[in-house]
Structures are given as structure tokens and as C-alpha cells.
Design a protein around this ligand. Structure first.
Ligand code: F3S
Length: 282
């Protein structure tokens, strides 16, 4: 049996940069907070907790902190968050991914210029909450093709459409097409991160040729979930696991090829454990 492991796998550039910064800071100083989990991977979060890094869950929780350093993760935060940190006199290290920062800059500028901002993505996702928080006027968030079809804009403003960095590229194109068919006056900013696109395309190609596909990533990681959906479309024997412990494979003789991919917040050691296990045991 053969195993194909995707090349575009594990921490993306933005998450790696943020995780490295937390480890580095934890070595120097014990009083470290991250605003939300630094990655969606529970294993990494647990390891950082042992090193004295606490996770703050909300702006309300932040209010009770008197001193220390807050690390802003790759997802970014709303503008109001920086104001709150400033008011409380806390130090901060900004690890917002530059690709997310670019979206903040676009929506800030375009909303100030009178455009209606439309964000394609998951409204409850912290990245989207952060982006909304940089708009000078209320933004509209559209999550799905159905919502795009139902969307009926009657305002006068030109629309400026951006997307969540981890949004599915094909779905984004379909939504843009719907807006064009509706005759809206739109400026499209494709802000999907290239890391996501490359990862998704490769996962689809691998899933299309294997008998079994394994997707590794955190339960709360939306980009891993999307990888899972994509792989499921191509290979019905697709497994979504967080760590090797979740893998309950019972491979029949007919399985000749197994594929492995992983979400952007999955550490390399977990990917290696899974691939070694599959290679040795089957
Ligand atoms: Fe940044 Fe792309 Fe990762 S936006 S956080 S490099 S998926």
C-alpha cells in the first residue's frame, strides 16, 4: 500500500509566525496572554499553557487583566481591541497575518470612501469579527451561495467585496458571479490566502486518486473542515482526525493508496505520527 502526503501541509506562514512568537515570548516572560487560542490545535494550546501562556476568551475577560503582554494571533482583531489594550496600559505583540492585515486596510479605506463592504465568510469566525471591526460603516457578511442568491441590495453605494482568507475559492467565484448577474456595481478584492488555495487544490487532486483520505486538524479549525468537505466530494472514505488517537482505520486488502493532508494549524509532529503509523501498520 502506498501513502501520498500533501506537500502543502501543516502550519501556514501566518500561523507559524504567531506560534513561534508565543514560544519565544514565553521563554522571556511568564505573563503572556493570547487573545483566543493561538492556533486551533488543542495540543499546541495545552503545551503553551504548561509554559504559562493563558488564553483570553473575550474583550470582557481582557478587562480584568492588569499587567502582562497580550499576543494578537494571526486572525487579527477589531480596531477597538487595540484601543482597549491601550486604555488598560498593557503591552502587546501584533501577530496579525499580513494577508489579514491587508483586508483590514482595504475595508477601512473603502468604507471610509463610501463603499458598502460585503465580506464573504463565516460571520461567527474571529477573523470576520476582526474585519468587521475595521469597517467605518456597518458591513454585510454573506456565508453561502444561498445567502448570496437571497441577498437583495437596494442601497446606492458601490459594493466592495472581500473574502475570509480561508474561504473556498470556487464558492467565492460563484458568489461573485451571482452579484454580477444581479447587476450590482462591485469592486472585487480576492483576499483568499494563496496558502489556502494551494492546499485545497492539492487536497482535491490527492483525494480524487486515493482509496482512503485522512484529513488532520483541530475540531474548531474552519480551514480543516473545508479541506474535509473538499476531500469528501472526491473520496467517500475520508476521515477527519485531530490526532493519531482518533484514527480508527480498518483497511481492507483492496486499499492500495492512502492520502494525507492537514489544516493550517496542525503541527508537523502530529502529521508525522499519522503518516508513520499508516506506513508501518498497513
Ligand atoms: Fe495568513 Fe494565509 Fe495562514 S492568511 S494565517 S498565511 S492561511
Amino acid at each position: 500500500m502506498e501513502v501520498i502526503v500533501a506537500k502543502n501541509i501543516g502550519f501556514c506562514f501566518g500561523v507559524k509566525r504567531a506560534v513561534d512568537a508565543v514560544y519565544e515570548q514565553a521563554e522571556k516572560d511568564g505573563n503572556i496572554y493570547t487573545y483566543g487560542a493561538i492556533t486551533h490545535n488543542e495540543e499546541v494550546v495545552k503545551d503553551l499553557e504548561k509554559k504559562g501562556v493563558s488564553v483570553i476568551g473575550s474583550a470582557k475577560e481582557l478587562e480584568s487583566i492588569q499587567e502582562g503582554t497580550v499576543i494578537i494571533r494571526a486572525h487579527g482583531v477589531a480596531q477597538s481591541f487595540y484601543e482597549q489594550i491601550g486604555r488598560q496600559g498593557l503591552k502587546y505583540i501584533d501577530m496579525t497575518c499580513p494577508f489579514v492585515k491587508r483586508i483590514h486596510d482595504i475595508v477601512e479605506k473603502e468604507s471610509a470612501a463610501g463603499k458598502q463592504i460585503v465580506i464573504i465568510g463565516n460571520a461567527g469566525h474571529p477573523e470576520i469579527e476582526g474585519i468587521v471591526g475595521w469597517c467605518k460603516t456597518p458591513a454585510i457578511v454573506i456565508e453561502s451561495l444561498d445567502e448570496a442568491k437571497e441577498f437583495d441590495y437596494t442601497g446606492e453605494k458601490e459594493l466592495c467585496v472581500v473574502s475570509q482568507t480561508t474561504y473556498n475559492y470556487n464558492k467565492f467565484q460563484d458568489i461573485v458571479e451571482i452579484f454580477k448577474q444581479k447587476g450590482y456595481n462591485v469592486i472585487i478584492e480576492n483576499t483568499i490566502c494563496n496558502a489556502t488555495e494551494v492546499r485545497q487544490t492539492e487536497a482535491r487532486e490527492i483525494a480524487a486518486k486515493v482509496d482512503v483520505m485522512i484529513v488532520i486538524g483541530g475540531n474548531h479549525s474552519s480551514n480543516t473542515r473545508k479541506l474535509y468537505e473538499i476531500c469528501m466530494q472526491e473520496c467517500e472514505n475520508t476521515y477527519f482526525i485531530q490526532t493519531l488517537d482518533d484514527l480508527n482505520l480498518d483497511l481492507s486488502e483492496s486499499v492500495k493508496l492512502v492520502g494525507i493532508t492537514a489544516g493550517a494549524s496542525t503541527p508537523n509532529n502530529i502529521i508525522e505520527e499519522v503518516q508513520n503509523y499508516v506506513r508501518i501498520n498497513f
